[in-house]
Design a protein around this ligand. Structure first.
Ligand code: RB5
Length: 147
């Protein structure tokens, strides 16, 4: 069965989201588009929480978010337990976010990358595995210990 990947964007990320949806379809993934549906101005947290909720609840293994800078989406998504949302502006950062940090949400800064770069970043991120080893301990330490 095809993996179902949630993807969300605000108005700044809308156009790139549409491009990435067709790329995901061509790669054989099922796309779960949580919005937005146009370039009309919206609030990025509304979409970040929809994608992050699905990952937090285990309904999706990983998700994708886009906004202008990537910052707002990552702040909101990273409030969710077990979510590690990484802003990637190059394939190299995308690769490292998987290999070292086991990122489960990819955040793209749509106003700072070309569409073709976005596709390359997405492909790299989807195809790269977590390295494990010493990185497991570090990733486990991300969650603050309760006092
Ligand atoms: C929208 O103008 C912009 O603030 C938003 O896309 C994002 O960059 C926020 O972090």
């Amino acid at each position: 069965m095809a993996e179902r990947i949630p993807i969300g964007a605000d108005h700044a990320g809308f156009a790139l989201k549409e491009r990435l949806k067709s790329e995901l379809g061509a790669m054989g993934y099922e796309v779960d588009d949580v919005g937005t549906t146009s370039e009309d101005s919206v609030d990025y947290p509304d979409f970040a929480h929809r994608v992050a909720d699905r990952v937090e609840r285990g309904e999706a293994r990983r998700g994708i978010l886009l906004c202008g800078s990537g910052l707002g989406m990552s702040y909101a998504a990273n409030r969710h337990h077990g979510v590690r949302a990484a802003i990637a502006w190059s394939p190299e950062i995308a690769r490292l976010s998987r290999e070292h940090n086991d990122a489960n949400v990819l955040v793209l800064p749509a106003r700072f990358i070309e569409a073709d770069e976005g596709v390359e970043i997405l492909r790299t991120w989807l195809e790269t595995s977590f390295e494990g080893g010493r990185h497991v301990r570090r990733v486990e330490k991300i969650e603050p210990e309760s006092e």
